[in-house]
Ligand binder design. Structure first.
Ligand code: ATP
Ligand code: MG
Length: 607
């Protein structure tokens, strides 16, 4: 069994032995990047140096970086996705390149002095090349010289084995990924099939070899960089033959704590497992965010807002497990997190009092909100409850009442629902949504009058997503480049779908940037203005979205602040702040639909 402490230490020791300088984890809060709320990878804080700035510690670096990925929050509860995790990495800033990078990855994985992974359980993928950039023969050759046989090398395209550029232009290049056969009882097949999930990706070496210019051409860069990243928790899972990240030593004590506090059989085994995982994950993330060297406290904006949601989501799951609120679940579990992690992250030990204090304060605030809402519900039930002796049919709750409680006390709908069910009643969700929309409609109508038409479905949620689509379109152009053009769009009350031209799969980093930009524009409370003009004038104004109009049409251009200008039939909100009422903008899926066309599904959601 290799522990988290051993793996961190082995990794750093190994690269130290190869003359790398160990650098401390950067703060979780980005210093020079207004487009992201949190650092989401080892590479993220090093971007300025990868772009050519000199690093004070030299040209060969290694570290263990704290990461937060809010985009993965809905995945939490599965076997491998956490909101907070640690990424091990090594970098060459214009120093070594493919040969050393691959040889060292190989040595660290397979040498008996280090991880001692049997060669028979390893496979790799390498960039296969396209019209613009040749196949990465060099990497394949180096792997073979290490003993990786041809059958264990998969050649894949840009969607799998390519990185960057982070902006429209700049450094980019092929990567090579390492896979580990995780099945303990079945030997790996000779031929590597990357679509077989029993081959788990464990490490990725990125080679920043090319510069992409304005016209989309790739030229060899004078300074070539290496960036590698390997997730600590997942690597512990595979090396130890475990089933999920919660079985690692990073989580066992947290689970013991939660186990001791929960009421047995409060919910189904499956719901219980999920709840425990969410409590453990979210509390860990909250501890690291508060205890960070640039730590934040719960609030209604930016990082503080995410932190608030993390804590409240954890508390909610604790209620499902019938853990009494006066226990203060997040500070109880948080205290264990600090015990476990303070040797690797001394800032947590130093900040213990502050961290636990903030967790407790936020829990109490949430508790007050809940109390008020519950009291109101109780009054309501006292008047309406069906006697227990009655038959099994449940009584319907008046939706406008339920909405009133939701509205006045900020009481989460799912919790109202739980209470209602416990009192042998039910809420008609459709009706409740109707109330919700009626309210939204009323508060908006006076301000903005009539819509100008264009969309079939004008419900508030749809309108908001429509405006979000404009923000998304512009943000995609900012992050990926001006080649991004709309190829299709479909909006329902729940989600938007946006098809656009772009040749490759978006990276995690690009998705995070796009979401961060859209959320930034929502928080910036930008006014939305409409102006009618000729097609010619709209072109002059730089508006996008002209594709389906004839030249002498008159068109409406929607201006979102001075951020987005787009020809469109509407309707749109009056101010981007309205979007926040439906929650935070989240990309839920990014996929290819045809050659050169990608599809994003996104929603506005309170999480
Ligand atoms: P996935 O597709 O599973 O979400 P990814 O492609 O987003 O993974 P990368 O962006 O390549 O992952 O990040 C590098 C490594 O960081 C991954 O191989 C994994 O070990 C780790 N990692 C990424 N996201 C998470 C997460 N949410 N929780 C834990 N580890 C993660
Ligand atoms: Mg991911």
């Amino acid at each position: 069994m290799i522990t988290s402490h051993e793996l961190r230490k082995k990794f750093l020791d190994f690269f130290l032995s190869k003359n790398h300088a160990i650098i401390p984890s950067a703060s979780l809060i980005p210093e020079n990047d207004p487009t992201a709320l949190f650092i989401n990878s080892g590479m993220h804080p090093l971007v300025p140096y990868l772009l050519g700035e000199k690093h004070p510690k030299g040209t060969m670096l290694t570290d263990v970086q704290k990461c937060v990925r809010t985009v993965d929050i809905d995945e939490v509860g599965d076997a491998t996705h956490l909101t907070f995790f640690e990424m091990l990495g090594n970098w060459s800033l214009g120093s070594y390149f493919k040969k050393e990078a691959i040889e060292w990855s190989f040595e660290f994985l397979t040498s008996y002095r280090w991880l001692n992974v049997p060669l028979s359980r390893l496979a790799v993928s390498v960039y296969k090349g396209d019209d613009l950039v040749p196949k990465d023969e060099e990497s394949a050759r180096i792997w073979k010289s290490m003993g990786i046989v041809e059958e264990r090398i998969a050649y894949l395209g840009k969607e799998d084995n390519w990185w960057g550029p982070a902006g429209k232009t700049g450094p980019c290049g092929p990567d090579t990924e390492m896979f580990y056969w995780v099945q303990n009882d079945t030997p790996p097949p000779v031929k590597f099939d990357p679509s077989d999930k029993r081959w788990m990706e464990i490490w990725n070496d990125v080679f920043m070899q090319y510069n992409k210019d304005q016209s989309g051409n790739f030229s060899e860069m004078p300074q070539k960089n290496v960036d590698t990243g390997i997730g600590l928790e997942r690597t512990l899972v595979v090396l130890n033959g475990l089933n999920n990240v919660y079985e690692t030593d990073l989580f066992i004590p947290l689970f013991q704590k939660i186990n001791g506090l929960k009421r047995a059989d409060a919910v189904s085994a499956e719901a219980e497992m999920r709840a425990m995982r969410i409590i453990a994950d979210h509390t860990r993330a909250a501890v690291f965010i508060i205890g960070d060297q640039r730590g934040v406290t719960p609030s209604n904006v930016d990082q503080g807002y995410i932190l608030r949601r993390l804590i409240r989501r954890a508390v909610r799951q604790a209620r499902l497990l019938e853990i009494p609120m006066d226990i203060g679940i997040t500070s109880e579990v948080g205290s264990r997190v600090i015990d476990l992690m303070q040797s690797a992250y001394p800032e947590l030990g130093r900040g213990r009092e502050k961290i636990l204090g903030e967790l407790t304060k936020e829990e109490q605030k949430f508790e007050k909100t809940l109390e008020k809402g519950l009291k109101e519900l109780k009054k309501f039930f006292a008047k309406n409850e069906t006697p227990q002796s009655a038959d099994s049919s449940r009584q319907k709750v008046d939706s406008s009442k339920a909405f009133f409680i939701f509205q006045s006390f900020g009481f989460p709908l799912e919790m109202i629902q739980e209470e209602v069910l416990a009192h042998r009643m039910y809420i008609d969700e459709q009706e409740f949504k109707g109330e919700f929309e009626k309210h939204q409609g009323l508060s908006r109508q006076g301000a903005e009058g009539k819509f100008s038409g264009g969309l079939a479905d004008h419900s508030t949620a749809t309108t908001r997503l429509h405006t979000a689509t404009h923000l998304l379109h512009q943000a995609l152009r900012d992050v990926l480049g001006d080649h991004v053009a709309q190829k299709g769009s479909n909006i329902t009350e729940k989600r938007l779908r946006f098809d656009f031209s772009h040749p490759e799969k978006m990276t995690e980093d690009q998705k995070a940037r796009v979401s961060a930009i859209v959320n930034g524009k929502i928080r910036a409370r930008l006014p939305v203005k409409i102006q009618e003009m000729s097609v010619e004038d709209s072109q002059k104004s730089g508006a996008i979205g002209l594709f389906e109009h004839k030249y002498n049409d008159r068109v409406s251009v929607y201006f979102v602040g001075d951020y987005s200008k787009e020809v469109c039939g509407g309707p749109h909100v009056k101010n981007t702040s309205e979007l926040a009422e439906n929650g935070v903008f989240k990309i839920i899926k990014e996929e290819g639909v045809s050659a050169g066309v990608r599809r994003i599904k996104a929603m506005l959601e309170h999480f």
